[in-house]
Design a protein around this ligand. Structure first.
Ligand code: HEC
Length: 214
């Protein structure tokens, strides 16, 4: 008898817990999952906006996302054979430390509304080192805009290969290795001997070419 009495409150508690859990899940599902918000009509971007590159959607060699939830729009442009204009909120990355984010139309005519970011990506997350429009210079002395503006107009400043930009000195397998070892990702796989050697060589070359390696 005592046992039965004890079970009832427990059952009640369990069903309450289930119900609350479902409610919370609903609330989460209805919210936009991205940390970026609109503030005074502008897309707000902070350190927390950026995370593991591989959690984004891969298109050929680079990764895309959309901070306003319009991933379909971003993917449509990225996958188009004729190019097109990326929708506001589009976030594009090739390597963990460099990002382009598309603002609303008219935000910055010179950069076709793209903002350039240079990040410090570590296991603790991302820190914006530099951000801006035509004036952001990466840690190797290159101006993001200066290179990306050379892409033919239909590619909306996306360089890839064959779009008209000056090439960067990183091979496809080095780029893949940088994506594979993004320190912000929780699930990085162990590297092979060859990959470890490549990475060590790359670090050596990069630190030798850094003009502002304080
Ligand atoms: C020397 C010229 C040059 C400079 C400087 C440069 N980029 Fe790029 N960037 C490229 C090229 C070329 C690619 C394509 C490489 C590939 O796909 O093999 C690229 C790729 C990218 C991509 C992936 C999408 C795309 O355009 O293919 C992003 C995002 C990007 N760069 C952001 C930046 C940011 C941010 C900076 C400055 C902090 C920067 N880049 C500086 C030439 C440059």
């Amino acid at each position: 008898m005592k046992l039965i009495r004890a079970i009832k409150p427990i059952q009640l508690l369990v069903s309450l817990l289930v119900a609350t859990n479902l409610l919370t899940m609903n609330a989460i599902a209805e919210e936009t999952p991205k940390p970026a918000t609109i503030h005074n009509g502008q897309i707000k971007i902070s350190d927390k906006t950026f995370s593991c590159i591989r959690e984004m959607t891969k298109v050929r060699g680079f990764y895309v996302d959309n901070l306003l939830g319009d991933i379909e729009g971003t993917l449509k442009t990225a996958q188009s054979e004729n190019g097109g204009t990326y929708p506001p909120g589009s976030l594009v990355q090739l390597v963990p430390g460099e990002v382009m984010v598309k603002h609303h139309k008219g935000f910055n005519a010179a950069t076709k509304d793209w903002e350039f970011f240079e990040l410090d990506a570590t296991k603790d997350g991302s820190k914006i080192r530099k951000r801006g429009f035509a004036d952001v210079v990466n840690r190797f002395g290159g101006n993001c805009f200066g290179c990306h503006i050379k892409a033919k107009p239909q590619w909306d400043m996306i360089c890839e290969t064959g779009h008209g930009c000056d090439p960067i000195p990183l091979t496809k397998d080095i780029l893949a290795l940088l994506q594979k070892t993004d320190p912000r990702c929780k699930n990085n796989e162990a590297l092979t001997e060859v990959e470890i050697k490549k990475l060590a060589y790359l670090k050596k070359v990069l630190s030798a070419t850094k003009p502002d390696a304080q």
